[in-house]
Design a protein around this ligand. Structure first.
Ligand code: BGC
Length: 805
């Protein structure tokens, strides 16, 4: 017996020892190959001397006491990059093609230049005095760690409104201002490139990352995205427009193969990116994880070189999404210049491909030259002395203003703005625990976030105590579920969704006597790594439906109004319950000032002027894409991001997981609902105001390949307000299958006083009316009549006129 025990103890010790060795070895491997893949000497910035030669002062970056072409900031980027390239070894060039691991971005790698919480780098070249370039997320604000060990100082960033809300402003000037403020934080915190904005199309309401993206329409996506890029980059920092391209689901995001027709690809999925590239020429673009028609986006020469560079004239660099794609030499050959965050295996693969000649030095040089231009153009090269102290107060004010401008009033039966109602009963967990933005890398570490409750209090309203106590009791019994996950990973694996209150008529009965009005908030949260599902997410849960019903019954019986506030990041079902409340405000996720922004609208301080950037359907299955989308969702798999998964044999492929057929073609969003003549809950482009507008006149001129459309708009209501004029174009007589109408331009008026009118002018290029002709693999402009509509929503056409080419 004793002997058996001894043997057991020995076996136990041996197994324990072996486990420790394996864990340590795995940690070492993980650290040195994936987290921190580069061993380099520290950046030698400080010992670089300034030299003055013939009245010109330069930094002697390579310490040769001479002025090299690349050190001469008076010369063109092309000349300087070529000179720098000529001084680099092959090893240095290969190093530059991939980041040096996640740690380096955070300043924990061999170069100590990172910023805590940043996620990647372009590696430094100390021998030539070239600094590391720091990359960090986006897109709702800069994402870095707010605190640092042994420091009292904080590094909070502004949580701006989510992308979808910004698109709902339909206000490019405002979005550019938001971009300028965001870019200022990027600059002042020492980051060089922010990983955003996101420009994927909302193909299905269920994509978990829709909140980071703008719209179901490519023109709205492109115009808002271009404004954002121009705003951010006006600070001398870069953007990375992502995820290029057709990354419209999160389920199996690293390997999903998008099977899409060339026409839908060009007209819908590429078009928004094309507008951004042509109007804003972003510093970088991030290729997406997925495949398109069998080839990883990051390995597609067709997408990254033929289309992006040759057709559109993109001049910047393309970087992978984190750990994206499989074949590093193929990525470089395709035109994907930078592999992020960079792992050792990629370095080895590139090196050996360079040695065997599989990867030509010319291809390497092409990518390296582009990367060098970005570095030479950066404020880092100028030794910009960042303050770590951006004006967060001013940015918070801009956040408040832009969020209220993008909130969409969906229904108002005389309930808003509030007049004389002071005591507000708040129902729904998110009224007290308002959601500022989505989860995952698109989340921001903000210093504070204003809940609806706080916002209303700040505006001078009284919060009903009895209703508040009901919520507190609910939170007390669900204490654990109200604990927010700590860190990006935890939030990604399990987005924070606290349980909803279960309200009986008796509960609400206790409140109604002391309250003047009720607000029911419906909250949703989602993010990177997972898609939403229909049950209890797209659809309201039974508890939520009950809550709306019970509150409406009790309050209406007492002659009091009920408002519903939707604090959501993606579309939910509204048709089955929208008749019940008196007003519905789609507040989206408005960033850190969300509660104040909602209060500004409820109190009438701001007249709502947001418009839907997507359709709210009657039912999920009404969407063309619902026939081919992973409706079941799937848990996020971290390991799948890192694994070099082999392609499965064809017979094992699972539909909507391994591949997704975009059978609906160009019929995405309103294009589908219009074509099928389907009733919707709220149409694309819809949004109410506290005032009314009339469209008095439309004038159309065709000048040198452009159609110029001027529309006269008058505020005919009782309060000042802003109107969005939407221009749709139809081609009733056509030889091809076409959408009933397509958005081609839009404009937002300034704040018009009652009785004031203004003229807005928009321009459409004739080539914007062309369709992608698969027969000739090119754009074709049909001649004959077109009809131009000026509209207040896609289903509220005010003026139409025919033009003939
Ligand atoms: C996301 C990107 C993000 C990157 C770096 C990836 O998982 O898809 O959007 O920029 O991580 O955090």
């Amino acid at each position: 017996m004793k002997k058996t025990l001894k043997i057991l103890v020995r076996v136990f010790i041996a197994v324990l020892g072996l486990t420790v060795v394996i864990v340590v070895a795995a940690a070492f491997y993980f650290n040195s190959n994936i987290i921190n893949s580069e061993k380099r000497s520290k950046y030698k910035g400080p010992d670089i001397k300034e030299i003055t030669d013939k009245d010109y002062t330069f930094r002697d970056l390579n310490r040769n006491d001479e002025l090299d072409i690349y050190e001469d900031a008076r010369l063109s980027l092309e000349e300087r990059a070529n000179d720098l390239l000529s001084q680099m070894t092959l090893e240095e060039k290969i190093s530059l093609l991939k980041g040096s691991g996640m740690k380096s971005g955070m300043g924990l790698g061999p170069s100590d230049e990172g910023v805590r919480g940043a996620v990647g780098t372009i590696v430094p070249i100390p021998r030539l005095g070239i600094p590391a370039i720091i990359l960090s997320d986006g897109p709702a604000g800069l994402r870095i760690n707010p605190t640092r060990k042994h420091e009292d100082k904080t590094y909070y960033c502004t949580a701006f409104p989510i992308g979808t809300l910004l698109a709902s402003t339909w206000n490019v000037d405002l979005v550019e201002k938001v971009g300028a403020a965001m870019g200022n934080e990027v600059l002042e915190y020492g980051v060089d490139v922010i990983l955003g904005p996101g420009a994927n199309i909302h193909r299905s309401p269920l994509c978990g990352r829709n909140f980071e993206y703008y719209s179901e329409d490519p023109v709205l996506t492109g115009e808002i995205g271009a404004a954002m890029v121009n705003g951010i980059e006006s600070n001398g920092v870069g953007t990375s427009v992502k995820h290029f391209v057709a990354n419209n689901q999160e389920t199996n995001r690293n390997f999903n193969d998008v099977l899409v027709s060339e026409r839908a690809f060009r007209e819908i999925y590429l078009r928004g990116f094309e507008i951004i590239v042509k109007k804003a020429q972003p510093w970088t673009i991030m290729s997406s994880y997925n495949k398109v028609n069998g080839t990883y986006a990051s390995e597609s020469h067709y997408i990254l070189t033929d289309i992006l560079r040759n057709d559109w004239g993109f001049e910047g660099i393309v970087m992978t999404d984190w750990f994206g794609g499989k074949n590093p030499p193929a990525q470089i050959q395709a035109g994907n210049d930078l592999l992020e965050p960079g792992i050792k295996k990629q370095h080895k693969a590139l090196k050996s491909a360079a040695q065997t000649g599989e990867l030509s030095e010319e291809d390497i040089d092409t990518s390296v030259r582009r990367i060098l231009k970005l570095i030479l153009n950066s404020r880092k090269m100028e030794l910009y002395s960042y303050s770590n102290d951006p004006d967060l107060e001013a940015h918070a004010e801009l956040t408040r203003q832009s969020a209220s401008e993008g909130m969409v009033l969906l229904k108002n039966d005389g309930a808003l703005p509030l007049k004389g109602q002071n005591n507000i009963a708040l129902f729904g967990s998110t009224s007290y625990d308002f959601i500022a933005g989505g989860t995952g890398s698109g989340d921001v570490n903000e210093a504070y976030s204003v809940s609806l409750e706080e916002g209303l209090k700040n505006a001078g309203f009284e919060i009903n105590e009895t209703a508040r106590k009901l919520f507190e009791a609910h939170r007390a019994v669900n204490e654990e579920a109200f604990e927010k996950p700590k860190g990006t990973l935890a939030a990604m694996m399990q987005p924070y969704t606290p349980p909803e209150m279960i309200l009986s008529a008796e509960h609400v009965g206790q409140v109604v006597g002391t309250a003047d009005v009720a607000i029911v908030t419906i909250g949703r949260n989602s993010g990177e790594g997972g898609d939403r599902v229909e049950k209890d997410d797209f659809l309201l849960s039974a508890d939520e439906q009950e809550m709306i019903k019970t509150v409406c019954q009790s309050f209406h019986a007492a002659g009091k109004k009920v408002l519903v506030v939707m604090n959501i990041g993606g579309v939910i079902e509204t048709a089955s319950w929208k008749e019940e409340p008196d007003a519905i405000l789609l507040a989206w996720q408005g960033g850190q000032e969300g509660g104040n922004s909602v209060s500004d609208i409820l109190s009438g301080k701001v007249n709502p002027s947001g418009r839907l950037p997507m359709t709210f359907p009657l039912a999920l299955e009404d969407h063309g894409s619902s026939a081919n989308f992973p409706m079941e969702g799937a848990p996020m798999s971290l390991m799948s991001m890192l694994s070099n998964k082999k392609d499965k044999p064809a017979e094992e492929l699972i539909e909507n997981v391994d591949y997704t057929k975009y059978d609906e073609g160009i019929y995405v969003g309103y294009r589908h609902f219009d074509k099928k003549n389907l009733e919707v809950s709220y149409p694309f482009g819809f949004g109410l105001s506290y005032t009314e507008f009339s469209y008095n006149m439309m004038d159309i001129k065709v000048i040198e390949g452009n159609i110029e459309i001027s529309v006269q708009v008058e505020n005919t209501g009782m309060v000042p307000g802003k109107e969005v004029v939407e221009i749709y174009v139809s081609k009733p007589v056509t030889e091809i299958d076409r959408s009933v109408q397509e958005l081609k331009a839009f404009a937002k008026t300034s704040l018009l006083n009652t009785g004031e009118s203004t003229e807005v002018t928009m321009r459409i290029s004739l080539s914007d009316l062309a369709y992608w002709n698969e027969g000739i693999s090119g754009w074709t402009l049909e001649d004959g009549p077109y009809v131009i509509h000026s509209a207040s929503s896609s289903r509220d056409i005010r003026l139409s006129e025919e033009i003939i080419f």
